[in-house]
Write a protein that binds this ligand. Structure first.
Ligand SMILES: Nc1nc2c(ncn2[C@@H]2O[C@H](COP(=O)(O)OP(=O)(O)OP(=O)(O)O)[C@@H](O)[C@H]2O)c(=O)[nH]1
Length: 335
């Protein structure tokens, strides 16, 4: 999918009146969910879009990187919304519905380790069912790092299984052969998958919003009615215990020495860190540095501080030793 411009008449604007439409963006760690959300926010035209960002770490880095100038449109929830099923999610959606200003559309970004099924069931199995319409579940895939091993993660498999639309993102980093092989993995899991190819989440919004793809009735008859029969209302998902990902957050009111931080990255950071993101303060710079590490790559991008400077960084991976990471990062701070 390479067509990047919006048609002049934008069907996204024709939003159904009954129930606020909801799109859920899911996808594995670092696949490009926040990047896609920013594309949506930049191209939404007059649509009033509220976003609900759920982060795995204790610090909300993603919400600080959203392009929206209107922070009122962002609701946050930390931890994993699919695990604490799910008063937190219901409350956050209520807060959006109760706003004076009418919201046309809700987009939810899940964490990279989220199983989307409990989230869907929260919408369809609670009072939210009458107030919202689940439009689609979009699964973002990092085409470069995706391989068969991803399915050792239950969450990654569930994300593909329940994705109504699958965006093979980061196609700029791979060969056509790699794209084909990822498509084949996906078709093995889901033979009728709808797949789009994207770079930096660029996709015409009419292809992904108001597309009415989530088969609500199927979920209700397969999961909700079945659960009622078994008097089992808890949609708790054991995926985190299975996947073993943990997140470690570090904050400091002092700047890093850039050279020490680089040494930390190249020599001391555990190999088992799969994803890291941060807003960094270096002693020799007046700018903030957005740090992104996803699989084998990392980047630092400088821009102005909108707030007083401080260091915030999150690491997500397996078997991480918090004390060791803290000691190493404290050693990078300027005395
Ligand atoms: N080369 C390339 N980089 C991309 C693309 N899309 C996103 N990225 C980069 O990948 C990194 C992770 O992107 P995010 O959008 O933060 O990923 P995410 O899925 O929100 O990450 P988590 O929420 O932490 O799981 C960032 O550095 C992005 O700039 C793409 O199509 N090509």
């Amino acid at each position: 999918m390479t067509q990047l411009t919006l048609p002049t008449t934008n069907p996204v604007m024709e939003i159904p009146k009954q129930g606020m439409p909801v799109t859920i963006i899911t996808g594995f760690l670092g696949s490009g969910k926040t990047t896609l959300l920013n594309q949506i926010l930049q191209n939404k035209q007059d649509l009033k879009v509220a976003v609900l960002v759920n982060e795995f770490g204790d610090i909300n880095i993603d919400s600080q990187l959203l392009v929206t100038v209107d922070q009122d449109m962002v609701e946050l929830s930390n931890g994993c919304i699919c695990c604490t099923i799910n008063d937190g999610l219901v409350d956050a959606v209520y807060r959006i519905l109760e706003r004076e200003e009418k919201i046309d559309y809700l987009v939810i970004e899940t964490t990279g380790v989220a199983d989307p099924l409990p989230i869907v069931l929260t919408f369809l199995g609670t009072e939210l069912k009458d107030l919202t319409t689940l439009d689609s579940i979009i699964t973002v895939v990092d085409t470069e790092t995706f391989n068969e091993d991803h399915f050792e993660s239950d969450a990654a498999l569930q994300q593909i299984t329940y994705g109504d639309m699958i965006l093979l993102n980061k196609t700029d980093l791979v060969t056509p052969e790699k794209i084909k092989s990822v498509e084949n993995f996906i078709y093995d899991v889901k033979s009728a998958a709808r797949i789009l190819h994207t770079q930096y989440g660029q996709v015409p919004l009419p292809l992904i919003l108001s597309v009415n793809l989530t088969p609500e009735n199927e979920y209700i008859s397969n999961h909700i009615e079945e659960n009622h029969e078994h008097h089992h209302h808890d949609h708790h998902s054991p995926h985190l215990e299975n996947d073993g990902f943990i997140s470690i957050s570090f904050q400091a009111d002092r700047p890093f020495n850039v050279h020490k931080f680089e040494t930390f990255l190249t020599e001391k950071m555990p190999q088992t860190v799969f994803r890291s993101k941060g807003i960094l303060w270096f002693s020799d710079s007046e700018l903030r540095h957005i740090f992104q590490l996803s699989g084998p790559r990392y980047s630092l991008h400088a821009d102005e501080w909108p707030t007083p400077p401080k260091n915030q960084i999150v690491f997500i991976g397996k078997n991480l030793e918090k004390e060791e990471i803290y000691t190493n990062l404290n050693n990078c701070l300027l005395c």
